[in-house]
Every structure is written in structure tokens, then in C-alpha cells.
Design a protein. Structure first.
Length: 277
């Protein structure tokens, strides 16, 4: 029985049921009480294996949905689709065994993701970022800093990957920023002091794809500097790339304002700006 429990998921439940049914047959001659005992054991063990199988099926469906989204991105960005045939054959040959199908779906998702990242890297090689724009009088605090809005929400500083939402929904900043006329913004209060500068787990800071950057910030006051920010999704720290402008407002550490400059307002997988102290 210990060896049986070493199995997982669908395998374990199927084997446990067979073992218990066999025990019922063998012990039938021992009396009605023994038979009822083993029947009850069969039902109990079958239920134990079902929970694991249900969770595996949920994971399979989740990876299928993620793969569907990535396929849509590959198509919309004119990237070649990855070849799934090898992994699909593995799933077909598995005769419905969930554990093997889950691994196949993970491979499909990973293959599609790698293809999308490689396609974007090739496009970035042919894209030139604009040169920094220097303010007319960098000694005077820029008006962008004086007029910037403040992001103060505490959930923007949640880096735990805790799946916390905002009023039951994932926050998605790009369409809101564009609809508001692309305002300059800063982080303050419980949101943090500046834009997140490290990779954190996805499903953090109130959104599915936290936005962060490892770009060098401007050292001179009043310099408008274009930088790239990234989103985290799954095991990828740089899943999507978005364009943002940054201005240093004073010589104080982390005194910056930001503006969302990208054309994309895609919220199929919501993304939002995260802060840090």
C-alpha cells in the first residue's frame, strides 16, 4: 500500500481502487462485515484521488488559456507560430492521463512564449529609442513634476504574488493612462517612492502582470529620458516591453515622475505600474 501511495494523481486513484476491489473479492468469504468495510474503503480512496485529478485538470485548462492568449499575440505581432506537433502527439499517446497531458500543455506554452520573446527581440534590434530631451533650464523644477498626479494605493507595493485584486478586478493602467491624456505620475504614500526596479512574482500589486524596469534613471534634473519597462508573467521577468518617459525632479534620491508613452492599451492579461520604497 505504501508503494501505491508513492504514485500520483490519476495513477494512484486507479491503482487504489483496483487494490481495494481485489481485497473485497478475496475477503468475501470472511463475512458480510468485512465486505462492507472494504467497499467503504474503496469509496474513500477513490474520493482521495479525485481531488488531485480535478486540480490537474484545472492546471491543464489554465495552460491552454495562456497558450491561446500567446497565440493571439504572435498573430497580432506578425510572429511565426511555434510548432506544437511534438507535444500534442505526446498528449494524444497518453490515453487521457492527466499528468502527461499537463506536461505537454506546459511545453506548448513555454514553446510559444519563447517564440514570442525571440520575435520581439528581433524587432527591438531594428527599433531605435529616441534620444533624451534636455529641458531648457534644468535648474528650475520642471512643470511636469509640479503637475504630476500621485499614485498612492498600498496595493501597488504588494510584491508577494498573493493574487490580490482591486475591488474584485485586476488593475490595468495603460488604457486609463491613455484616456486621461497620458499624465505624468509619481509614486508616493503607501504605494512607494518610485517605480519598481526589480522582478517580482506575477499576480502582484493588484494586477496580473506587474510593470517594472531595470533601466538607468536620468541623473540630471529636467532631463526627459525614454526607458523601457517590462511585465512579469509566469517564469518570465520580461514578458512584455512598454515605453515610458522619466524626468528627475530634483537631486533627491528617487525623485522621479513618469509618463506612459506606449501605443498598446491591451488588457487581455492586465498590467499595472508597481511601486517600491
Amino acid at each position: 500500500m505504501v508503494m501505491v501511495y508513492a504514485l500520483s494523481g490519476t495513477y494512484r486513484s486507479e491503482v487504489l481502487i483496483w487494490v481495494c476491489v481485489h481485497m473485497v473479492a478475496v475477503n468475501f468469504i470472511s463475512g458480510i462485515e468485512s465486505m462492507y468495510f472494504h467497499i467503504a474503503l474503496v469509496v474513500l480512496l477513490a474520493a482521495t484521488g479525485t481531488n488531485g485529478a480535478d486540480e490537474t485538470r484545472q492546471e491543464i485548462e489554465r495552460y491552454k488559456e495562456l497558450s491561446k492568449v500567446v497565440k493571439g499575440l504572435l498573430k497580432s505581432e506578425n510572429c511565426p507560430l511555434a510548432d506544437e506537433s511534438t507535444f500534442l502527439k505526446r498528449a494524444d499517446v497518453a490515453f487521457g492521463l492527466d499528468a502527461i497531458e499537463l506536461e505537454a500543455q506546459k511545453k506548448i506554452y513555454e514553446n510559444l512564449g519563447n517564440r514570442l520573446i525571440e520575435c520581439r527581440k528581433q524587432k527591438l534590434k531594428t527599433t531605435t529609442m529616441p534620444s533624451p530631451t534636455i529641458a531648457v533650464n534644468p535648474d528650475v523644477p520642471p512643470t511636469e513634476c509640479e503637475n504630476a498626479i500621485s499614485l498612492t494605493e498600498s496595493w501597488r507595493n504588494d510584491h508577494s504574488g498573493s493574487n490580490s485584486t482591486v475591488d474584485g478586478k485586476w488593475n490595468c493602467d495603460p488604457p486609463k493612462m491613455v484616456a486621461a491624456g497620458r499624465p505624468w505620475f509619481r509614486f508616493s504614500g503607501k504605494a512607494g517612492s518610485h517605480l519598481l526596479d526589480k522582478c517580482i512574482p506575477y499576480n502582484s500589486c493588484g494586477t496580473q502582470q506587474p510593470m517594472w524596469t531595470d533601466a538607468a534613471m536620468p541623473k540630471s534634473v529636467g532631463v526627459i529620458t525614454p526607458v523601457e519597462v517590462y511585465t512579469t508573467l509566469g517564469r518570465y521577468c520580461k514578458w512584455w516591453t512598454r515605453k515610458v518617459s522619466v524626468i528627475r525632479c530634483s537631486t533627491n534620491a528617487n525623485d522621479f515622475v513618469y509618463r506612459y508613452d506606449d501605443d498598446s492599451v491591451d488588457c487581455r492579461l492586465p498590467l499595472g505600474f508597481c511601486g517600491i520604497f
